[in-house]
Unconditional design. Structure first.
Lengths: 241, 227, 312
């Protein structure tokens, strides 16, 4: 269980996160939604220990989060790989960093589930499509079987059809591997369809925290309603007739 | 008068970017151009605008990101004056105030350069600039992808109200059928550098015929995905 | 703006102090006995021990490094460059005379470089990859590769010796500066052409330009208002570095053409081990560098205010 307790982050005099608390149980999915500048990326940084918290505590099963070796899937799939190395080399980095032994059958299984053809792994990042690159990015995140995976706008570089296809793959992987997923996204449609809970982040604070279905049907705050109505207006959510 | 362009095509170093294509829009019509990334939507938008412009039709184009529309070294006021001059118009404060009010950027400082404005404001400024000459057709390439949802929805709403009062046709280019379906009355589906389907929005949503249209329709709604 | 200027100024002071210290330390630790060289420069090859002791005391060589450094630096800050250790004359007037020969030559060379490189770069970039472009690039590459001492002698051979059109040595008449200016200007033109060309091409490839075409802005206005300012940014940046090559070239050219400028001043001072003169010259070069780079920093910030992350 991921526990975030009262964390605050200050950067250059301004508070970018203020007294944020929530928890995320194993195998569950939490979507953090909000506009740019709301502190979504800072939250990921704080959980991973990349950003120093002025106060508060982040833990996984009452131990520092770093111990469980959480994985991160980034927004720009091709930029997340070393452009000079084959995808296969980049893929093996978490294995080598943690001095694990690679189980060939696991790699086969992951590749199959994520629809990554093995030939693809011999190519460099610029030789595959963005959708393919993102699936390999997810593969790399999952290869060392982390109990917690953070997704930073994992779909926003993809087109609408690929987005939904990739979202489905991520959900299938989660059912198969049983990791807890924290997904940062600006797309309420994605959050509503695939998350158990939604946290609305605004100006560094959690404005609303609710079950995904309940939030879409009836947000409890004005800002939550604004976000939902914007999603309606952009066709990201369909108004229930 | 109907806006019509026939035999639009494009190629670069022997590779076909756009197969010969015809586009027709009625005055004030809202049309969506949808398709996967790389299907040639943006190319068609560029070729259409360039062709119509060369022919003297009043047409404006709003690129995907304000970075592709504004010079970071020049002030907003410079951009505005330049756009007016390009249309042969003399400066008109009333027209500017009208557009700025319509897009809710009236409180911004025009002496600043683009990067001092938020991206949402920049995008609205670019849209306002496109509307200076009250064009017959406005082509918008992924107008919402650079914006936060709330700002994007607001911008679309404001634009909708503004266009409704005039006879400006809209071509909305997007990969997102959900977005397009919400704002246009007719949809054109692109695949592999050609338009493969062209139908009124309700018809296309209910009975898509081509593989590309079917895929787009099946993945339109987050809450009703095929398994 | 004032804070930025103060920051730049503080940096300039640090650079100048560092240069002064480095110059002094290098000469202090140079191999051989400086006192002996000074004595030989003044009194001939045979020197007695008393004379050497006298010179050491006079120049402060006995007092240790820091005392001697301060004894030199303190008057320098007040603008006193001291006296030549060879003939005892004030350094400053000599330096001033040398500058009066060198600065006009430097300016003419710079003007010549710009007058050649700007049109050349414009012609070359009209159609990138065309034979005109490739010839301009080839010419510029050759120009950058040719050393000034070789080109200078070549020009002397052609215009002074073979054709007899221009004088080669000295600096009495304006005609005397033509060949040196050509030598320096050619090298400058070559490197400026390369920078300008890549600057223009890069500025033309910017992603926002097609939008200006589609807005109906005239080609001429786009070139003037959107391409030129972007192309100017790298050129201005590199101009500061070019100054280093210009100074280096000046030393060589003045020696080749026997002109009494700063280059000759420096070379003669080094051969005579005239400490105060060498130091004065190095400090002057450092001041020129710092001032020019300060100006360029300011121009750069005016051209591209993104550097400060704030707007007017």
């Amino acid at each position: 269980m991921l526990k975030v307790e009262n964390i605050s982050v200050r950067r250059g005099g301004a508070t970018t996160l203020k007294d944020v608390s929530f928890s995320l149980a194993a195998e569950r999915t939490l979507a953090v939604v909000g506009e740019s500048g709301a502190g979504k990326s800072t939250l990921i940084g704080a959980i991973l220990g990349l950003v120093r918290c002025a106060s508060g505590r982040v833990s996984w099963n009452d131990e520092p989060v770093g111990k469980c070796r959480p994985a991160l899937v980034m927004q720009e799939p091709r930029a997340a790989f070393n452009p000079r190395l084959s995808l296969c080399r980049s893929l093996m980095e978490p294995i080598m960093a943690q001095k694990l032994v690679m189980d060939a059958s696991r790699l086969d299984r992951l590749c199959q589930s994520l629809e990554v053809h093995l030939d693809l792994l011999d190519r460099r990042p610029d030789q595959v499509s963005i959708g393919q690159a993102q699936r390999v990015g997810i593969l790399r995140a999952l290869i060392a079987a982390p109990p917690l995976v953070l997704f930073d706008e994992p779909l926003s570089a993809l087109d609408a059809v690929t987005q939904k296809h990739t979202a489905r793959l991520i959900a299938d992987m989660q059912a198969q591997e049983g990791f807890a997923a924290l997904i940062v996204t600006h797309d309420l449609g994605y959050a509503a369809a695939f998350a158990d809970e939604i946290a609305v982040l605004r100006a560094g604070q959690i404005e609303e925290f609710a079950a995904a279905q309940a939030f879409v049907e009836e947000p409890q705050t004005d800002y939550g309603r604004t976000l939902r109505d914007a999603a309606f207006a952009l066709g990201a959510l369909e108004r229930v007739a | 008068m109907t806006i019509a362009a026939h035999g639009l095509s494009a190629e670069r170093s022997g590779r076909t970017l756009l197969h010969p294509t015809n586009v027709n829009l009625k005055p004030g019509e809202r049309v969506g151009l949808v398709g996967a990334s790389g299907s040639g939507k943006s190319t068609l938008g560029h070729v259409l605008v360039d062709t119509l412009r060369a022919r003297g039709t009043s047409v404006a184009h709003v690129p995907q990101s304000p970075d592709e529309a504004l010079d970071p070294l020049r002030s907003m006021a410079f951009h505005w004056r330049e756009a007016e001059q390009a249309l042969g118009l003399s400066p008109d404060d009333a027209r500017r105030a009208d557009l700025f009010n319509a897009l809710q950027i009236a409180d911004s400082d025009l002496r600043k350069r683009p990067w001092s404005w938020s991206r949402g404001m920049q995008q609205r400024f670019v849209i306002a600039m496109a509307l200076i000459g009250t064009p017959d057709l406005l082509v918008m390439d992924e107008p919402t992808s650079a914006l936060d949802p709330v700002v994007a929805a607001g911008t679309m709403g404001l634009l909708d109200a503004y266009l409704r009062d005039r006879q400006t046709a809209l071509l909305l280019i997007t990969h997102d059928l959900g977005l397009a379906a919400r704002w246009v009355s007719r949809l054109m589906v692109m695949e592999a550098s050609r338009i493969v389907e062209d139908a009124p929005t309700p018809r296309l949503l209910s009975t898509p015929e081509t593989k590309a249209a079917k895929a787009l329709c099946a993945h339109r709604n987050w809450l009703e995905l095929p398994c | 703006m004032i804070r930025i200027f103060a920051g730049l100024l503080a940096r300039a002071v640090v650079v100048l102090t560092g240069t002064a210290l480095a110059t002094f330390a290098l000469l202090w630790h140079a191999p051989g006995d400086p006192a002996l060289s000074i004595a030989q420069a003044r009194y001939g090859t045979v020197v007695s021990k008393e004379v050497l002791d006298f010179i050491r005391a006079e120049a402060g060589f006995d007092d240790g490094f820091w005392t001697a450094f301060w004894a030199w630096l303190a008057p320098l800050i007040q603008g006193d460059f001291g006296q030549s250790s060879v003939n005892g004359r004030d350094v400053w007037p000599d330096l001033l005379t040398a500058m009066s020969y060198t600065f006009p030559l430097a300016l003419v060379s710079l003007g010549l470089g710009l007058a050649v490189s700007v049109p050349l770069a414009l012609i070359a970039t009209r159609r990138p990859g065309s034979w005109m472009d490739r010839s301009a690039v080839a010419l510029a590459s050759v120009g950058v590769a040719i050393p000034a001492f070789w080109l200078g002698q070549l020009l002397i051979l052609l215009f002074a010796v073979q054709l007899g059109w221009l004088p080669a040595m000295g600096a009495e008449r304006t005609a005397h500066s033509i060949l040196p200016a050509m030598t320096l200007g050619f090298g400058l033109a070559a490197s400026l052409t390369r920078i300008l060309r890549s600057g223009i091409l890069e500025a033309r490839g910017q992603s926002f330009l097609p939008a200006f075409h589609r807005r109906g802005v005239a080609q001429r206005n786009i070139a003037r208002d959107h391409v030129a300012p972007h192309a100017a940014v790298p050129v201005v940046t590199v101009l500061g570095l070019e100054l280093a090559f210009l100074l280096e070239g000046l030393v060589v050219v003045e020696v080749i053409f026997a002109r009494p400028g700063l280059g000759s001043f420096l070379v003669n001072a080094i051969f005579a081990r005239d400490f105060p003169k060498v130091q004065a010259m190095v400090i002057l070069a450092a001041v020129i560098f710092v001032v020019v780079n300060l100006l360029i920093d300011l121009i750069y910030r005016i051209l591209d205010p993104r550097m400060d992350g704030r707007d007017a």
